[in-house]
Design a protein around this ligand. Structure first.
Ligand SMILES: [Zn+2]
Ligand SMILES: [Zn+2]
Length: 143
């Protein structure tokens, strides 16, 4: 199988970039990443990090889900605002450790969370939780 994992995204990116009359390096400059990264994304082997996807969706004025196509590659990251517990199943709504309602986006600016251990929102700086997780005990693993 030589199917590229993110072929749909890659195809979309090339189409949007050409429609905007941008070269790979012009696009890279606009969103502050390297031309090599854009080239890699366009091979369909790599998907950008969430902040880059957001920049692309804003730049091309396209919905994030439409941008990544039907690949359904965006992971939902959930964090517990009440404790350090960081292993939350995709469908979980509440923390199994402390019962707090889980966050899957910033309550201030509604941007998706891009790391399960972040303390502050990467977009607006809103404080998401009290403590940073530095170490975890085996007891904390639900699996
Ligand atoms: Zn919790
Ligand atoms: Zn925010």
């Amino acid at each position: 199988m030589s199917e590229k994992p993110y072929a749909k995204f890659a195809e979309k990116l090339v189409t949007l970039r050409k429609k905007a009359n941008l070269t790979q390096s012009a696009l890279a400059d606009k969103i502050g990443i390297s031309q090599a990264s854009i080239a890699q994304y366009e091979t369909g082997n790599r998907l950008p990090e969430t902040p880059v996807l957001l920049d692309l969706s804003r730049l091309f004025e396209i919905d994030l889900n439409e941008l990544v196509g039907n690949d359904k590659v965006l992971k939902t990251i959930k964090i517990c605002p009440g404790c350090d517990y960081q292993f939350h199943k995709d469908h979980a709504k509440y923390c199994i450790q402390c019962g707090s309602k889980l966050l899957d986006e910033c309550p201030e600016c509604n941007n998706p969370l891009d790391s399960a251990i972040q303390l502050f929102c990467a977009y607006c700086g809103h404080k998401l939780r009290e403590k940073r997780i530095d170490e975890l005990n085996d007891d904390d693993l639900p699996f």
